[in-house]
Design a protein around this ligand. Structure first.
Ligand SMILES: Cc1cc2nc3c(=O)[nH]c(=O)nc-3n(C[C@H](O)[C@H](O)[C@H](O)COP(=O)(O)OP(=O)(O)OC[C@H]3O[C@@H](n4cnc5c(N)ncnc54)[C@H](O)[C@@H]3O)c2cc1C
Length: 389
């Protein structure tokens, strides 16, 4: 099965639905049903649990293809797929839970995501402690708190929730807990009303004194300690964001090029003949090619080791920063090629302009990625990734 070709086919339908979901801020349930039916839910799941165990490169190709049709669907689906890619390389959760999530996803169409960000905390990658708390309750736990940016919330089955654990006499610890959709006390508040990626359903998840058995504690670490997913967490997350962004920007580029070929203002030349338009078209392709090259280079370095030059993880940081900025610039150029009508809501290009910006705010954010490169260049110790969210 050529997953990338199949994703392209599905994405044609996603692109037709995207304007309505974007306008209303609704979740594209139909897209996920089609992805499930076509077997994509198990794309990155290990073969031993019935999945397809796609490589990092295949995963990126699929995300880019989906994002070409709808950035929101691609970004949301990425959150599920990356969980298994990371876990294959750097086991972070108990085997029983990995098997249950994996089989649940392949056999029952259940989706997974990490639910870490909070209003007060911001990104957990900053190293702060969450306000969501887990306190011991007999053998088990009671979990309370509120999470923001819970992507996939309308469909999520497995919520991997980052909480603070205060043990008597000890330092507070960071721990991940498994919360299931039908656990009493879990509530989704439909708060997601954003500029871009409006159809990702990234609502608030509220945990009201949820009782969890002892087996729901997935892992724990001290504040400042390395995330168990380590570099694999960053590789699957950051490069996934590059692929999503590249898919959205390529859709904008193709729209602008098609427009430039056709658009002939009355009694005038077709706009593709104007030097300014031609320069912008060439520049878009340069930016997109640079993005693709950086993403593929970082992916190859991660999969087979870097031979000379930057270490693989630094290439991933560099690719995240440069791809996102280049894709934002490319979509901006696409808007200028199309001209004033690019602002019209009835055209997809204004949605591309909004969607392409969102992954800027997913880790590694630019300043942390640049700091990582600077430390490496200056032979200073590089801090381990603290979280992938
Ligand atoms: C579309 C979308 C989907 C998302 N999905 C999920 C999800 O499924 N699960 C989840 O847990 N989270 C998710 N997130 C949240 C995301 O991963 C980040 O945690 C969140 O965007 C951070 O918000 P913030 O910029 O307000 O954070 P803050 O950490 O408050 O940062 C605010 C500003 O300060 C800067 N800053 C903060 N710390 C530093 C530092 N140490 N050095 C330099 N600058 C710093 C940041 O760059 C930013 O400009 C999603 C975000 C988006 C946009």
């Amino acid at each position: 099965m050529d997953w990338i070709e199949r994703a392209r086919e599905l994405a044609r339908g996603f692109s037709e639905r995207a304007p309505d979901h974007d306008r209303a801020g609704t979740f594209p349930f139909e897209n996920f049903e089609e992805l499930r039916e076509a077997g994509f839910f198990g794309l990155t799941v290990p073969r031993r649990f019935g999945g397809s165990e796609a490589s990092l490169g295949e995963y990126l190709g699929v995300l880019e293809a989906i994002a070409y049709g709808d950035g929101s669907t691609a970004l949301s689906f990425m959150m599920h797929l990356k969980t298994f890619g990371q876990e294959r390389e750097a086991p972070a959760y108990p085997t029983e839970w990995v098997e249950r999530m994996a089989r649940g996803s392949v056999e029952r169409g259940e989706l997974v995501n990490t639910v870490a960000t909070e209003e007060g905390l911001g990104s957990p990658a900053g190293g702060g402690m969450p306000d969501t708390t887990a306190v011991r309750d007999g053998e088990g736990w009671r979990l309370s708190g509120r999470k923001t940016f819970t992507t996939l919330a309308p469909l999520l089955h497995y919520f991997i929730v980052l909480a603070r654990v205060d043990e008597p006499g000890g330092r507070p610890r960071l721990a991940n807990f498994m919360v299931l959709r039908d656990d009493p006390g879990l509530r989704i508040e439909e708060t997601w009303d954003s500029l871009g990626m409006r159809a990702t359903g990234s609502h608030d998840a509220v945990f009201e004194d949820i009782r969890l058995g002892a087996d729901r504690l997935l892992n724990a670490r001290n504040q400042g300690g390395a995330d168990a997913r380590g570099g694999a967490g960053m590789a699957w997350f950051a490069l996934g964001l590059c692929a999503v962004t590249l898919g959205v920007a390529t859709a904008a580029r193709d729209y602008a090029v098609a427009y430039a070929r056709e658009r002939t203002p009355n009694s005038n030349r077709t706009i593709k003949e104007y030097p300014g338009v031609r320069t912008r078209i060439a520049r878009m392709d340069l930016l997109l090619q640079r993005s693709r090259a950086l993403m593929e280079d970082a992916c190859a370095a991660w999969e087979s080791g870097a031979r000379g030059g930057m270490p693989a993880l630094n290439r991933i940081a560099a690719a995240k920063v440069d791809t996102l900025n280049s894709c934002i610039e490319a979509v901006d150029l696409a808007m200028r090629v199309v001209g004033g009508v690019s602002l019209q809501k009835r055209r997809p290009i204004e949605r591309y302009w909004r969607d392409v910006r969102a992954p800027l705010h997913n880790p590694p954010i630019e300043d942390r990625a640049l700091e990582m490169l600077a430390r490496s260049a200056l032979d200073e110790p590089v801090e381990p990734p603290q979280a992938a969210e």
